[in-house]
Design a protein around this ligand. Structure first.
Ligand SMILES: *Cc1c(COP(=O)(O)O)cnc(C)c1O
Ligand SMILES: [Zn+2]
Length: 462
């Protein structure tokens, strides 16, 4: 991994007419290419090269910024009109914005389950809990497999199709494997999944099994298994769809595009999201920089990333100024398994995006996450544990005066409430045990009540 401290120079093409070609119905100026993210390298590679990091320097890769044939006003209108079309790629909340994810060239490779199209939900009670006047949740749990991973996976799986790969693989603490299994099977590819032993919620594992993935439980932690799988992928010609895959990031950019579209391009003050491998914050920041440079928005929202207390290497890094060695957490712990990551692959990208948006990084304890999650539930919305780190983080940032109580705040709920029912039941019944062996207080507990079959006795309890 590169340990880059210098921010790369950000260039985005100017939106003037190019000698664009028509690839199927995707009109782009030219097929995109891969660029090394390391500012002192910036080597470029053909978009069809099967690489996950820069062969020259080992840096992260990214797809080059889009070069548009239309003006922002034209595209905003086209994107709106596509919502009314029945074509699958227009109904997809990812491919609707395909001008911003133009790596594919030809739409015939696209595999879509109509991902995206997730709602903005207002949560007055949750806002009050966090000390805000108003908060809006962007609920990515409404996706086909119940998490934002679908926004990225539709792109990763489509690229696998274009590369004529037969098998795809990932290491995952849950949602990535559920999503990859679905998209690979939908595309007719063979999904192979590696999971760290005993570190996955049953909701997510069940999805992977149901969607037909060959699933290996390995007795090692996430980071060790990733190294193992990279070796295997190279040897056996398997396409890797881990967080490091730059095409997944391209798909996740559309979460930000869709938010702006749904708000008629009114930019919020803050966008808050949980941070694990830091791919999503990288995607949000890249989308915002591209939208700004291409004239779709006139200012940037501030990004706030929230990590779990004992899986918070990026929080600690940024707290110490965001420079010097990046220290990973050797034994990450949290019940919010989707953000239980000690060595986030995308931290150099996240550093750029937090810096560019004047963003912040916060952390939340197990208790804070659990209580915030219950509050999101009481708002009638619900989410999985990692997603609730947003509201927990907002509460702290409001209390610290970083987020103003009148601010226009979007909190991204990354996963569906049914992903981890075990956690919910234990929280409400006082049986939720933190990784350190202590019990989480069921502050907003809601126990089932055992009653006899007797209307008078039940009436007395109502
Ligand atoms: C993957 C995931 C995260 C973490 O996102 P990163 O891009 O790894 O930072 C958070 N919440 C949920 C529900 C996830 O599935
Ligand atoms: Zn490089």
């Amino acid at each position: 991994m590169p340990r880059a401290h210098v921010l790369p120079h950000v260039t985005v093409a100017h939106p003037v007419p190019f000698n664009h070609q028509k690839y199927g119905i995707i009109e782009v100026s030219m097929p995109s290419h891969l660029v090394c993210f390391n500012p002192s390298c910036r080597a470029t590679y053909p978009i069809t090269e099967v690489i996950y990091t820069c062969p020259k320097c080992g840096g992260l890769l990214e797809a080059a910024a889009p070069e548009l044939a239309q003006t922002p006003a034209q595209l905003k209108k086209i994107w709106r009109e596509r919502r009314m079309n029945n074509a699958p790629i227009d109904q997809s909340g990812v491919w609707r914005y395909r001008e911003f994810i133009n790596f594919l060239g030809d739409e015939s490779h696209i595999v879509t389950l109509r991902e995206g199209n997730t709602p903005l939900l207002s949560g007055p009670k949750a806002a009050k809990y966090a000390g805000l006047n108003h908060v809006v949740f962007k609920h990515q749990g409404f996706n086909p497999t119940g998490s934002f991973k679908d926004n990225g996976m539709t792109c990763g799986a489509s690229q696998a199709m274009r590369l004529k790969m037969r098998r795809v693989a990932c290491v995952s603490t849950g949602n990535t494997s559920a999503s990859m299994a679905a998209y690979a099977s939908a595309a007719g590819l063979d999904p192979i999944i590696f999971i760290p032993n005993g570190n996955i919620s049953y909701g997510k594992l069940a999805q992977a099994l149901e969607f037909g993935a060959k699933t290996f439980q390995v007795d090692a932690n996430f980071d060790q298994i990733l190294a193992l799988v990279r070796t295997l992928a190279g040897k056996l010609g398997i396409y890797l769809l881990n967080s490091i895959n730059p095409f997944r990031i391209e798909g996740q950019k559309t979460i930000m595009l869709e938010i702006m579209d749904q708000r008629d391009w009114k930019v919020p003050d803050w966008v808050v999201l949980p941070g694990g491998n830091l791919g999503n914050v990288s995607a949000f920041g890249k989308a915002l920089r591209e939208m700004k440079a291409l004239g779709f928005i006139d200012k940037m929202p501030r990004l706030a990333v929230v990590q779990a207390e004992h899986s918070a290497p990026f929080y600690h890094y940024m707290k110490h100024g965001g420079s010097g060695e990046f220290a990973s957490v050797t034994k990450p712990e949290t019940l919010a398994t989707a953000i239980k990551i000690g060595d986030p692959v995308s931290w150099p990208k996240a550093l750029l995006e937090i810096t560019t948006t004047n963003g912040v990084v916060e952390m939340a304890t197990e208790q804070e996450i659990a209580d915030a999650k219950a509050q999101i539930g009481l708002a009638g919305i619900g989410c999985e544990p990692a997603s609730a780190a947003t509201l927990a983080g907002i509460k702290k940032l409001v209390a610290a005066g970083v987020i103003d109580k009148t601010a226009d705040v979007i909190a991204v709920l990354t996963g569906n409430v049914l992903k981890d029912p075990d956690y919910i039941y234990k929280y409400h019944t006082g049986k939720l045990e933190a990784p350190d062996g202590s019990f989480i207080r069921s502050t907003y507990g809601n126990q089932p009540i055992e009653v006899p079959n007797d209307p008078d006795k039940i009436a007395a309890l109502l």
